[in-house]
Design a binder for this molecule. Structure first.
Ligand code: UT7
Length: 328
């Protein structure tokens, strides 16, 4: 087997905030229905962070579980990498807040901003850093989208949720790790999914707040076709680069934005739907959080065994995308 980059997964963890918002709850907030949300997206409920809960708080819980499952103390970590677009603060990075929470001063800690592809971007960076750091690395994907959601826009508020997933990766001489990894971006499509205000392009002002420009804007149906094409093609490339056949994939873990996007991606990449892990019904779209949470869920349920080939694929704002084949 041809190895692109060797590393092993020592442990995984996930954390979802306690509060649950069902489709029935949303029927009382905007003009929507449980039937519309379920048939158009596959979502039944989502978790919503408390007012005093920030993204790093969710990650710290997920990281502690991943460390427990790895049988490691936080002091064993060599770096912290966080995929997120809803940081606690623009600076310091969420990585630094997570480092403070885990009480591991000194090691590098930073964020990767690639929206829904953030976890796969982080895993790529983390796997590359292993050769120089030579210690376990925490890679997490997490978002609190409820705090940048326009709760008057039924086209977006029914889709989004909050959550964090974490993995601990480590160097290995064993035949496991990435057989392939592909990342991509197309900044010319950035306006289709954007948080317009709050950065240097449009700094915060009374006007930007009044116009709700700090919230998430999305042209959903325009994104849909790009999502299917990009995620599908990235998956096809990753499978080809790995030198395997779609039939060799044990489990496909896609970004969870919409069940219909996942189904169409499977058709395009010729990956069977019954080998695809779909978790969107119980958490909605949590951007960078969806893949590591679905990965943890699959491992916890015994759906991934040692030596299995796992395919990941993601697509998100930027636009960004990524796909990889991992031997577990
Ligand atoms: O995380 C990565 C980035 N994001 C995505 O990948 C999201 C990609 N897009 C999607 O998942 C889908 O496009 C949506 C779920 C956002 C929308 O589904 P759609 O099938 O593309 O619906 P649509 O936007 O074409 O709207 C169809 C109808 C419209 O009504 P009319 O014009 O046909 O009368 C909408 O106004 O559905 C209406 N609609 C709703 N109705 C009830 C839109 N949102 C809702 C809603 N409840 N929440």
């Amino acid at each position: 087997m041809k190895f692109f980059r060797r590393f092993k997964i020592l442990g995984t963890g996930a954390y979802l905030p306690e509060k649950v918002l069902t489709n029935a709850d949303l029927e009382k907030i905007v003009d929507t229905s449980d039937e519309w949300i379920k048939t158009r997206t596959g979502i039944e409920k989502r978790h919503i962070a408390r007012e005093d809960e920030a993204t790093s708080d969710l990650i710290i819980e997920a990281a502690k579980e991943a460390l427990r499952n790895a049988g490691l103390a936080a002091s064993a970590l060599g770096a912290i990498i966080i995929g997120t677009i809803s940081p606690d603060t623009f600076f310091p990075s969420t990585g630094c807040w997570v480092q403070k929470g885990l009480d591991v001063p000194g090691i590098p800690a930073f964020d990767v901003s690639a929206a829904c592809s953030g976890f796969l971007y982080g895993l790529e960076v983390g796997s590359l850093m292993l050769s120089s750091i030579a210690k376990p690395i925490l890679v997490a994907g997490a978002d609190i989208l409820s705090k940048i959601t326009n709760w008057e826009d039924r086209g977006t508020c029914v889709l989004l949720g909050d959550g964090a997933g974490a993995v601990i990766i480590a160097p290995t001489d064993e035949d496991r790790g990435f057989l392939s990894s592909i990342l991509g971006a197309d900044g010319s499509l950035g306006e289709l999914l954007i948080q317009p205000a709050g950065g240097s392009r449009m700094p915060a002002s009374h006007e930007t707040v009044d116009k709700k420009l700090h919230l998430l804007y999305m042209k959903g149906n325009e994104i849909f076709k790009y999502a299917v094409r990009t995620m599908g093609d990235a998956a096809i490339q990753a499978i080809k680069l790995a030198g395997v056949d779609p039939d060799n994939i044990s489990l496909f873990i896609p970004h969870q934005a919409n069940t219909r996007i996942i189904e169409a991606t499977c058709r395009r990449a010729k990956v069977p739907l019954d080998k695809t892990h779909i978790t969107i019904s119980w958490h909605g779209n949590m951007s960078a959080g969806t893949i590591p949470i679905a990965f943890h869920d699959a491992i916890s349920k015994g759906l991934i065994k040692r030596d299995d080939l796992v395919l990941f694929a993601a697509f998100g704002a930027g636009f960004t995308w990524g796909a990889s084949v991992l031997r577990f």
